[in-house]
Write a protein that binds this ligand. Structure first.
Ligand code: LIP
Length: 291
């Protein structure tokens, strides 16, 4: 039985949500095996997007094609939005939002911090505030960490062949003791602005970690290996599944104003740290000025 959420979005019933979560897990795991097992020794850059450092590898493309194929086999009526190609609308209310390799630069450099992110969402994922994730999975195929969640069903972590355990955010530290994750875009002007914001944030937190995968950053807040996270410029595929993992773990994941996550800036943490970090980043953005 479907329900309607406060934003007016139609949410599938529990049984369908379970099916979506299981499908996201299976497809993310299979794509994770592909990008590790078949990573060419001479992996290079197949193409670039927004700048010379915004790279795509042949494995990004192969992983996305595998994911798209599996999802269309299972759910041909659904839409698809992947990082490496334009989206396609479906006949159902559901769109699969996919990042075949989140942390592509880490993957290119064989730094073991990248993820496959697969999420089922309702609404329009290209319009901030007009969509929400309802099931999803994020897998780091090197560490074997699999984060998965469904709306109202909690978030879980499975490592390797182990069993899944529930995730729940702990009482967070105060801002000055918080380990904060963040990331940087691919354009020089964006990075200059992000450096200005970082200059205002860094003296007020325990420390900063720039892991290089937004999906893993956000899941790390749910796991407790980061206390909080903020970043400007994320795309729906970077955050769709991890957003649900964090909120189903009891955390908050919003835009800077506390509303829906927005490419302008996202903040993730448990309350009350979420509010403290949001206020600090608001002040930092004012000092940093226009990008
Ligand atoms: C990456 C994000 C990361 C951000 C990078 C990049 P990609 O996604 O996960 O948090 O800081 O600039 O956007 O491009 O590796 O899929």
């Amino acid at each position: 039985m479907t329900t309607t959420d406060p934003a007016g979005l139609t949410v599938p019933g529990e049984e369908e949500l379970r099916t979506f979560e299981e499908l996201a897990v299976a497809v993310a795991l299979e794509a994770g095996r592909l990008i590790v097992d078949e990573r060419p020794a001479d992996l290079g850059v197949a193409s670039t997007k927004s700048s010379a450092t915004d790279v795509v590898t042949v494995m990004d493309q192969r992983a996305q094609e595998l994911i798209r194929t599996r999802l269309q086999e299972a759910r041909p009526q659904d839409g698809f939005l992947g990082e490496e190609e334009p989206g396609t609308s479906g006949r159902s209310r559901v769109t699969w939002v996919v990042d075949p390799i989140d942390g592509t630069v880490n993957y290119l450099y064989a730094i073991p911090a990248y993820a496959v992110s697969v999420a089922a969402v309702v609404g329009d994922p290209t319009t901030p505030g007009a969509w929400r994730p309802v099931a999803g999975a994020v897998v780091n195929p090197v560490s074997g960490q699999l984060f998965h969640a469904r709306l109202g069903g909690g978030a879980h972590l499975r490592v390797g062949e182990g069993t899944s355990r529930p995730l729940g955010v702990a009482q967070p530290p105060r801002l000055g003791q918080a380990l904060a994750g963040t990331g940087f875009g691919y354009g020089a002007e964006r990075r200059l602005w992000q450096a200005r914001v970082l200059t205002e944030v860094l003296p007020h937190v325990r420390d900063i970690r720039r892991i290089g995968s937004a999906a893993l950053d956000i899941c790390s807040v749910a796991l407790g290996t980061l206390d909080c996270y903020f970043e400007r410029g994320l795309n729906p595929w970077d955050l769709a599944a991890a957003w649900l993992v964090l909120t189903e773990s009891g955390g908050l994941f919003t835009g800077l104003d506390g509303g829906a996550p927005d490419p302008a800036l996202v903040v993730g943490a448990a309350a009350p740290l979420h509010g403290e970090l949001s206020e600090l980043v608001r002040r930092a953005v004012e000092v940093a000025g226009e990008e």
